[in-house]
Design a protein around this ligand. Sequence first.
Ligand code: PMP
Length: 415
Amino acid sequence: IKLLASLSGSAPAESSTRGWSLPGVEEMEFIAKRAAALGVSDPFFRQHDGLAAATTLIDGREYINFSSYDYLGLNGDPRVIAQVEKALHRYGTTVSASRMVSGERPFHRELERALADWHGAEDCVVMVSGHATNVTTLAQLMRPGDLIIHDALAHNSLIQGAILSGARRIAFPHNDVAAAREQLWMHRRAHKRALLVLEGHYSMDGDIPDLAAFVELAREFDCMTLVDEAHSTGVLGARGHGIAEETGVPPDSIDLWMGTLSKSLISCGGYIAGRADIITYLKRTAAGFVYSVGLPPTNAAASMAALDIIREEPWRIARLRENATLLLRLFREAGFDTGTSEGYGIVPLVTGSSLLAGRLSQALFERGLNVQPIIHPAVPEKAARLRFFVSASHTSGQIEQTVSIVTQALRALSE
Ligand code: PMP
């Protein structure tokens, strides 16, 4: 996040003259200046005009877009808009209070029921932000004396929640079951309760965990489990039900499924589905739920409509998979480093240096492709990359064109 802010180059110049300094400002300014000196323009905060789907309009020019999480191409679908309009006219734009106070509306429980069924879970709670859902859930569930063990590539929101909880936090190397086992072997006994935290589909690499092996590990060491399905709901499994469906692991082997409404479900908000006792507890105690407004009607309606469409049109998931595997295959055939991506929906192109990632992103932008660089310190310097988010709405022609543009741009940069 620091890095994203740094490359935006908007750090207030007078910040250090007001008697207190903002952490990291000097580093941010240094990186912004260095990028400018190297001729790399700021790739962040670009304004998209209208709907960003397979293509997007920026400053009047159309780009093939690989920077949106609308995996199934549902944003702007007329059926979704019709449902959102209905909710808007019936309930207005907000529920005007925390649900506990006077913000509860029928659509909250309808969406929660639908999401609980989606994950084969007993119950579900929806909140107003995916990030806040992870922060408040982990912070509320765990406490000092407990242990949170998580994949090293866990999302910022999971880490922030773990820190806030006061529990001991241990990261194990990405997808490494043996390393996680070793940590549990060493540290589990000294802690009262333990929570194993995974993601269903990792957004930096586009790979998935060995869920069955992690479930067994959690049983062996008496850990609760939480799986963040932000990038796997609507992406994994033939019906889009996520990593459990993809791997054939019974969904009730996991205590808590976390998901966001902002990706395949084309809205804004987050949820936890799982054991009914935990959901009830969170609804009564989690600060990010109790002290925050209930999910707005339009957000709930958009996600409900998306769930209905995904149920009726599973071809979208197959289409996403075809597109992602095509991009992965063509990148590999061209000799590009795609890391450990398995072609479910996210395909990284590892450049091996932040400078090359920045320059390549810019060269692609000049050639009509919108794809963002991920650079140090967000990833280790050698793992700097461009990250392609594929959608069911891309055509195979656009994917082929993309590979040829990347090939040309890389050639031009190496001349
Ligand atoms: N979890 C993961 C794995 C994510 O990638 C993200 C956001 N990209 C979130 C949680 C937070 O979700 P939201 O953006 O909907 O707040």
